[in-house]
Design a protein around this ligand. Sequence first.
Ligand code: ZN
Length: 598
Amino acid sequence: MALISPESLDRVKQAADIVEVISAHTDLRRAGARYTGLCPFHDERTPSFSVDAQEKLYHCFGCGVGGDVIKFVEEKDGLGFAEAVELLADRYGVEIEREQEDPRAEARRQQRRRLEQLLERVAAYYSSYLWEAPEAEKAREYLGARGLGAEALRAFGVGYAPSAWDKILVRGQQAGFSPQELHGVGLVQRNRDGREYDRFRARIMFPIRDRRGRVLGFGGRAMRDDQGAKYVNTAETDFFHKSQLLYGVDKAKAAIAKANRAVVVEGYTDVLALHQAGVGEAVAVMGTAITGEQVATLSGMVEEVVLALDADSAGQEAMLRAQRVAAGRKMRLRVAKMPAGEDPAEMMAAPGGPERFHALIDAAVELNAFQVGLVLDRTDVASPVERDRALDEVAPVLAAMGETASRDDLVRQVAERLDLEPAMVMGRVVSAQPLSGGGEAQPAHGGGAGRGDAAPAPQPRRGAELTSRERRERALLAMCIALPEDGRHYLDRLTDAHLSGSGRAAAVWLREHPVEPASNLPDDPELTGLVTELVMLAHDEPASRESMELNFLLLDQRRLEHEIAAAGERDDYEARATLSRERASLVERIARTQRVES
Ligand SMILES: [Zn+2]
């Protein structure tokens, strides 16, 4: 396959005028070193979208999207990478050169195809085992009792894993696959003595496929009580990333496109039951919360996603993150209030079930309104303390919405329910939006003549949802880019215990791409957003060795606090005492560093 050469790619990026390209979608004004405007990816009234013409990057401090000029064209024109490059090359008159692919990349692709075939064959084996093996009889009965017909079960390739310890191991090797390969795709695992055995035994097997229908892994439901976990998934492999996949998306994509809506449920059998009942746009998450990556997958397909999940138990933080990704992609997230103790599969099997389900989906409310409602319902409005607590809980949710009309509506509702002045509620929302770590907002300066068109620099509203740790780690990581030599030293010292999930991913990226971290962007849109943010912060926030050290020490203090608490929880007083001494000396160093810095 002929690829666009890296040199051509660089030439296209150099030649393309990112300000001009983006200006076709939103009005940009110069603000200091950047250009700013209303974000073309989310709905807002004051600009938080920023373009750095020198670094040739864009980033929205409101919704977190970001990337380079190619990424922008991909997103806005719905093009693939190569198409976006070609379009820009055409427009800016760059001749594209192509090159033969690196033979190692070709070998990797072939190996991947081989493993895909392995997974496909195993799925077919499980499926025929379900229908033919006597030991699968109980499984067939169970599925039948859930109201699932053979047609749906076959369409989704549902199967059964034999109870023997080595069926897949032996048959896989007979078919020419090595134990390492079987291990690599998560079908085989090793015990403490290093002996291999089948990961899935005596379980109903649900093959989990990507959008294009390729099997990447499995979910297995236990058939006996003595089997430990009721559900076991393929372990995370090079193929299988649970947080990115949606069960049933390959079958659902046509219906999703037609309805311009996806319905997200929790279980494999829920998806089957819904498809069987004609709700073809149903997909499932593998857990109780939807992830930002899953939202990103869906956002390429639909403008509206209805969550028919057990929303009370879903992590609030995960919901906020999903909401942020959705807001960044002009997508609505709504929540259907599912009756307690009845899952969609049960509902479908009952008389009138499909109609009830449709009514619930139609009555779904916006995610933010739902979250606010949850808090208000729990609040004893007669108690001033309770009302204050409720206000504390809803303020970040409202702040995360940005300045939108629907937020104003919600603010009014909250004020009414809590019997407060709307202005007072609004005050709390605004104070829940701290500025990001890097000092005061810059004035809209014009170094030369007073520019009439100077706009104020965007306020990083997303700060509202960032924890102080996230703000601190972002400041530090940005400085690692600004001062790469010292940066290397801090990147080495930062461990997972210092960082949040997104911070870890960014640190790994910076370690692997120490030079120009944004010149090739990661595939993951969330990480891309973060990397562009860091590069832009590095470009215009002040960095110094002292403030790097201070930020690092403060992150280290937080890590220590955690370890001290953990030691306390396991009654390890010795460790606690040692850690406390460590903390005392750390606090002293922080005080010294702070004196130097100020
Ligand atoms: Zn935005």
